[in-house]
Ligand binder design. Sequence first.
Ligand SMILES: Nc1ncnc2c1ncn2[C@@H]1O[C@H](COP(=O)(O)OP(=O)(O)O)[C@@H](O)[C@H]1O
Ligand SMILES: [Mg+2]
Length: 231
Amino acid sequence: MQAPVELREVSFAYGSGELRRLVLREVDLRVAPGEIVILTGPSGSGKTTLLTLIGALRAMQLGSARVLGQELLGASEAARVRLRRRIGFIFQNHNLLGFLTARQNVAMALELDGALSERERLARAGAMLEAVGLAGHAEKRPAQLSGGQRQRVAIARALAGAPGLILADEPTAALDKQTGQEVVRLLRDLAKGNGVPILLVTHDPRILDLADRIVAMEDGRIVHAALEQAR
Ligand SMILES: Nc1ncnc2c1ncn2[C@@H]1O[C@H](COP(=O)(O)OP(=O)(O)O)[C@@H](O)[C@H]1O
Ligand SMILES: [Mg+2]
């Protein structure tokens, strides 16, 4: 089976001329089907840049990146947009829209799926919110929810469109220890249940043991890729 993420010698620089700064150096990375990989490393080591390249949010410069079967080097903007729709994104600050309810926020992720009616989208959003333990909170707006609840809405939204891959960038940064662990454990369990691989960026040591594998970055390089005990 083809790996959902397969990077070979990916390099990336910001700026040009004298201001050019290389921030990724020949990165090789593979995420296997259903695997949960945590990418860790100090601030500024290139984790977010790598994640945005894999998520087709940024154009590749050098190397090869196959994500869900799509080669990203030289890919058109249209191909990148199509790929982004097949990926569930979760960010540090949840990115929910404040004027929409939890249910509407989740349903929005399904709007690109032209096959579903508004009613079906809202029903499926309700089912996703139930899956993340927020059945009673579907009609609340983000401001009426706790940080952990908001992140669970973000998880429901990321999973709603049945993505082939989840990319998460520092999803626990705004949460206390226990809530952060609960949220990532929930994400892991839902993803495992559906066979969806996750690439999760964090420098939060408290969630490292939730990974199948931990990959560490330093100064734009992968410095060690330890295989965790299979669970
Ligand atoms: N948009 C940008 N323009 C220029 N430099 C950037 C930009 N984004 C990040 N950088 C720099 O690239 C390096 C890697 O950043 P980043 O990928 O955000 O690392 P991390 O997520 O590991 O903290 C850092 O030195 C950062 O300052
Ligand atoms: Mg970052």
